[in-house]
Design a protein around this ligand. Structure first.
Ligand code: ASP
Ligand code: MG
Length: 406
């Protein structure tokens, strides 16, 4: 009986050791027995990618990005081969491939490559031969045969892109948590599993700090309407469906609360208040490959103003170096760095139709004596930069305030 194709992706924690790899093999085989065609995408075992990055930096603090991709792609190559062997051991047919072997063609932006196209013929052929096809996540190849990687967490993107290309019924993302939660259960024990969430909300949550899925992969899923099911690899229970639209019985204003401690703040003091100054700062930063997040500039009553913005901590030293250079050129004063910050955000499509959400958020922070340093909003989210040490308190307060607790 032929039930169609499913793409399953197993993250690093799902294949962290041999017994977990065997667990994955059993799950895959169970689906195969039910009559599904299966394409399985796997991440590198456990923390392999982090360990490889550390190793590289010990050899050279600024490793060439092409060589970084050569190195990091090996992690996933180990996983796919071991999983294929584990499936063979259970008496089923499986074959493993690297990204390059299954024609995942990318551009040449090493360490953050974009998928240009996928030639899925080889996969289709092996599926026709009755095999379970296992594909190394997170990697592709340029038209010049250079190996590339798709950015951290990129196995999600591999899975979603293959699901789209192969018109899969569903893309299942297996992880070590039961699905998407109203907030991080490690911070708030009363966090609830969400059964259905929209692409937009998920995208916002992923960009704002929820760790479960790579943001880029959700963008692609949304664009092509790929149904995603995020669930635990250690339980049979269903997890969270990510879909275009959710019809809820009751009005939900806020769907989730996120916390991100990976950003740092840069402030340029006493910037001359004249046209073109902001353009100059942010143009140089973007040429330097730094992506800037929140930006705040005060209206000036004098002839000078402060400009603050946040960047990812990993890019802080470079961003700071560039900003100091520009500050001298435009005759601004000091450039200050602050790593002691956290971003707490509330996310929900319901915000669009409910006034007063921001006020409620600020009130709740004030009641907990948490000072707001910066604010930014989108259609469906509000973020505040606060002191890092208040991050967890803020999450719990907002989770309670917006009625998300069990
Ligand atoms: N192994 C890669 C990483 O850790 C890709 C992934 O896990 O999705 O970023
Ligand atoms: Mg990983």
């Amino acid at each position: 009986m032929h039930k169609g194709l499913i793409v399953q992706k197993f993250g690093g924690s799902s294949v962290a050791n041999l017994s977990r790899i065997q667990n994955v093999a059993r799950r895959v085989v169970n689906y195969s027995k039910k009559g599904y065609d299966l394409v399985v995408v796997v991440s590198a075992l456990g923390d392999t990618t982090d360990e490889l990055i550390e190793l590289a930096h010990k050899i050279n603090p600024e490793p060439a990005e092409r060589e970084m991709d050569m190195l990091l792609s090996t992690g996933e190559q180990i996983s796919v081969a071991l999983l294929a062997m584990a499936i063979h051991k259970l008496g089923y047919e499986a074959i493993s491939f690297t990204g390059a072997q299954v024609g995942i063609i990318t551009d040449t932006s090493h360490t953050r490559a974009r998928i240009l196209k996928i030639n899925a013929d080889k996969i289709k052929e092996e599926l026709k031969n009755g095999k379970i096809v296992i594909v190394a996540g997170f990697q592709g190849v340029t038209l010049n045969q250079d190996i590339t990687t798709l950015g951290r967490g990129g196995s999600d993107l591999t899975a979603v892109a293959l699901a789209k290309e192969l018109c899969a019924r569903e893309c299942q993302i297996y992880t070590d948590v039961a699905g998407i939660y109203t907030t991080d259960p490690h911070i708030e024990r009363r966090a609830k599993k969400i059964s259905r969430i929209t692409y937009d909300e998920m995208l916002e949550m992923a960009s704002l700090g929820a760790q479960v899925m790579q943001a880029r992969s959700i963008e692609v899923a949304k664009k092509f309407n790929v149904p995603i099911h995020v669930r635990s690899s250690f339980s049979k229970k269903s997890g969270t469906m990510i879909v275009r639209e959710v019809k809820r019985m009751e009005d939900v204003v806020v769907s989730g609360v996120t916390l991100n401690k990976k950003e740092a703040k840069i402030t340029v003091c006493n910037v001359p208040d004249r046209p073109g100054v902001a353009a100059k700062i942010f143009k140089e930063l973007s040429s330097g490959g730094i992506s800037v997040d929140m930006i705040v500039q005060n209206v000036s009553h004098t002839r000078q103003t402060d400009i603050s913005f946040t960047v990812n901590k990993s890019g802080l030293s470079k961003a700071s170096r560039i900003t100091k250079k520009i500050a001298r050129q435009i005759q601004a004063d000091d450039v200050l760095e602050d790593q002691d910050i956290a971003r707490v955000s509330i996310v929900g499509v319901g915000m669009k139709s409910h006034p007063g959400v921001a006020a409620k958020m600020f009130e709740s922070l004030a009641k907990n004596k948490i000072n707001i340093e910066m604010i930014s909003t989108s259609d469906i989210s509000i973020s505040c930069i606060i002191k890092k040490k208040s991050g967890e308190t803020a999450v719990r307060a907002l989770h309670e305030k917006f009625g998300l607790a069990k």
